[in-house]
Design a protein around this ligand. Structure first.
Ligand SMILES: [Zn+2]
Ligand SMILES: [Zn+2]
Length: 344
């Protein structure tokens, strides 16, 4: 059967809407778009609203998404490519030029349409909560030894946990950080994640943990609680020098239940249950470790330069380890100890 184009009468075996390809491309609208597009963004953080949700998006990408959702193209169009040109027309109004490239039955086509984009500014839930100092939970960090740098260390860790949750798209933030007697209080926007973060911190640093919920009201007929998580950090931390009254130890690492220590007398590594840590006292921190220059060494001994007075100190190597140009030592009232490796 012969097929003819209704427009030009040409014989063809490819009819699109009754027309040959050339006529179809000439006559039909390849692309349609509504006269006005809408986009709602948060003026504070730039998040974009999708119905009831807010998502972090670059403005350019958000516009592209809106255009791609609204645009209607010819069903015969293949290899579609869209380029968008935005021209600001007013405070919230943009002229939006859309260039379309593609092909129809192997013939390359392009088309251009114009529309308006109205950008509505609305504060997102997170930003309005931040502004209102909204919080659902408090993590209280306390230590026996009230040391600024330990709180800073744990706080940094806590912020890292929060960033990880935020990267997962979870809506959690710190509302407030308060210095109080004996520690710091961290106010968090989400109770569910605060609980997880408190667990994360506790399993990293050990110590005691306690949760105390407080009824603060009703919301949609449900009781609303604000929970305080108290974490009493242990008196020891990674890098500390410990003593059990006899030997000296370096605290290498720790996890939820166990602490890994190195006996500085013989470099033997021990794993100690948290509950037995009360047998140790902290005699110093990482700052006690000093880098020294190696003067000479044999299999059993090493001579290093005392960084305090430049005198040569001779130390016994518990194990035959070869040191490079430097070695690290710990000076205690019971003598000077050599650390086994640079990595400790
Ligand atoms: Zn034709
Ligand atoms: Zn926002």
């Amino acid at each position: 059967m012969k097929l003819f184009c209704v427009e030009c009468g040409k014989e063809t075996n490819n009819l699109l809407n009754g027309m040959c390809i050339d006529c179809y491309i000439k006559r039909e609208k390849l692309v349609k778009i509504p006269g006005r597009l809408h986009l709602t963004i948060c003026p504070t953080c730039g998040s974009v609203r999708y119905k009831r949700e807010w998502k972090k998006k670059e403005f350019k990408d958000a516009v592209k998404e809106v255009v791609e959702k609204a645009i209607v193209v010819s069903p015969y169009l293949e290899n579609k490519e869209i380029e968008i040109d935005l021209i600001r027309k007013g405070k919230t109004l943009y002229e939006c030029k859309i260039f379309l490239n593609g092909s129809i039955k192997g013939k390359s086509v392009n088309s251009e349409v114009c529309t308006e984009l109205l950008v509505e500014k609305k504060t997102c839930l997170t930003c309005s909560r931040k502004a209102g100092k909204y919080f659902e939970a408090i993590i209280q960090l306390r230590t026996e030894r009230e040391e600024e740098h330990r709180f800073q260390e744990v706080l940094e860790e806590l912020k890292t946990f929060i960033r990880e949750y935020q990267l997962e798209g979870r809506d959690v933030f710190i509302t407030n950080i308060k210095k109080v007697k004996g520690g710091i209080d961290v106010y968090l926007s989400d109770n569910h994640l605060a609980k997880k973060i408190a667990q994360d911190i506790h399993s990293r640093y050990g110590g005691e943990k306690k949760a105390s919920p407080k009824l603060v009201g009703l919301k949609d007929g449900k009781r609303v609680y604000r929970v305080t998580y108290l974490i009493r950090l242990p008196s020891y931390t990674t890098g500390d020098i410990l003593s059990d009254g006899k030997d000296f130890y370096y605290l290498k690492s720790m996890d939820g239940k166990k602490v890994h220590i190195v006996n500085l007398m013989n470099w033997l590594e021990l794993t100690c249950e948290r509950k037995f840590m009360k047998n140790f006292s902290v005699v110093g921190s990482r700052e006690m470790i000093k880098e020294t220059i190696v003067v000479s060494q044999s299999k059993e001994e090493i001579q290093v330069m005392d960084p305090d007075n430049y005198k040569t100190i001779e130390l016994r190597k518990p194990r035959s380890v070869h040191f490079g140009r430097t070695a690290r030592i710990v000076k205690t009232e019971n003598g000077i100890f050599l650390l086994p490796t640079q990595k400790l």
